[in-house]
Design a protein around this ligand. Structure first.
Ligand code: BTN
Length: 323
């Protein structure tokens, strides 16, 4: 355990009491100056620690940042999040970082999180609004044994995990929108970006990136009508770390289920959470727009639309709007 972690452990252990600098320096075997410097580091990391002359230090509150030790504190997964959590105060895109790390051999289950992204990306080359403090920007490295054609399954698994985590922690009416959005009251609360690298005709590694609007209070003009956050929907600030833990736990369970039982049970759960079958929708693709009724989502995750002309259309990817 490094010195910062030792100081933190001792402070948290006696969080009701004042802990003297002298005691900390003696117990850890460092100078009083080193104690003071480490308290400074912890405060910079968002821990709230009070200090008073002659009394010492008192732990007030855990950091609200997505620090590895904060996420890991009560994380009950076996692998996800236990193969390293890499935290950035700021990065371009956690998906980009995760792909770099995976290319250099990082294992399945490593999680990359950031407080803010300067180049957060969404589907179809869009940007993902990624201000500090308010959002979850989290990318997980996976090494699934599957052909590239089955990769949409990972997005389905991720969407179920994110939706179930939200249903568990809130009373909101959370829905999945095909293929990769999480909606509340018709507005987008979260999105998923799955990226892969292939090796011949197998997936080498995949990165599932989740962007979730948690404590965001304002959106840019161009997305204000379509986006929402947990804080805006409930009036309550949520712990991002608690959401990440719930999400990872479910993601691990469903990923495992996909490996063992195949896509059928995943698709079944996804359909329950999406409630899209039978809905009238408009699907916008690169060069066309289809309007019709959703007949089904097929075993490959493809949307089957009965158009107004009576044709059955198989759509691999597009933007769905309910009409
Ligand atoms: C979408 O709805 O278009 C997908 C949005 C995915 C955003 C997340 S935020 C974390 C990860 N890093 C990125 O650059 N994108 C994903």
């Amino acid at each position: 355990m490094d010195t910062r972690a030792q100081v933190l452990t001792l402070l948290k252990k006696d969080s009701e009491k004042w802990v003297s600098g002298e005691m900390l320096s003696r117990r850890i075997g460092i100078t009083r100056t080193a104690v003071w410097k480490n308290i400074g580091k912890l405060r910079e990391d968002g821990y709230r620690i009070k200090s008073a002359p002659r009394r010492g230090y008192r732990f007030l509150a855990t950091s609200e940042m997505l620090l590895p030790e904060v996420i890991g504190e009560a994380l009950h997964t076996k692998v996800f999040g236990h193969r390293g959590i890499i935290h950035f105060r700021e990065t371009d895109s956690t998906n980009a970082r995760a792909k770099d790390l995976a290319a250099r051999g990082a294992p399945e289950g490593r999680l990359i999180v950031a407080e803010r992204q300067t180049g957060g990306r969404g589907r179809k080359g869009r940007t993902w609004f990624s201000p500090p403090d308010g959002g979850i920007y989290a990318s997980l490295i996976l090494r699934p044994v599957m052909p590239p054609s089955q990769v949409p399954r990972l997005t389905f698994v991720t969407a179920i995990a994110a939706a179930e985590a939200l249903l568990h922690l809130t009373k909101l009416d959370v829905k999945i929108k095909w293929p990769n959005d999480i909606l509340v009251n018709g507005k987008k609360l979260a999105g998923i970006l799955t990226e892969i690298t292939t090796d011949m005709d197998a997936v080498n590694y995949a990165v599932v990136g989740l962007g979730m609007n948690v404590n965001i209070t304002n959106f840019p003009d161009d997305i204000r009508d379509r986006a929402t956050s947990l804080l805006m929907e409930t009036g309550v600030r949520f712990s991002r770390a608690a959401i990440v833990r719930e999400y990872l736990t479910r993601l691990e369970t469903y990923y495992h289920r996909l490996e063992i039982s195949g896509f059928e049970p995943i698709l079944k759960r996804w359909k329950e959470l999406a409630q899209i079958i039978g809905q009238r929708v408009q699907v916008e693709m690169i060069d066309t727009i289809h309007v019709g009724q959703v007949e089904d989502i097929d075993p490959e995750g493809i949307l089957i639309l009965k158009t107004e002309e009576g044709d059955s259309c198989r759509i691999l990817s597009g933007d769905v709007t309910f009409v």
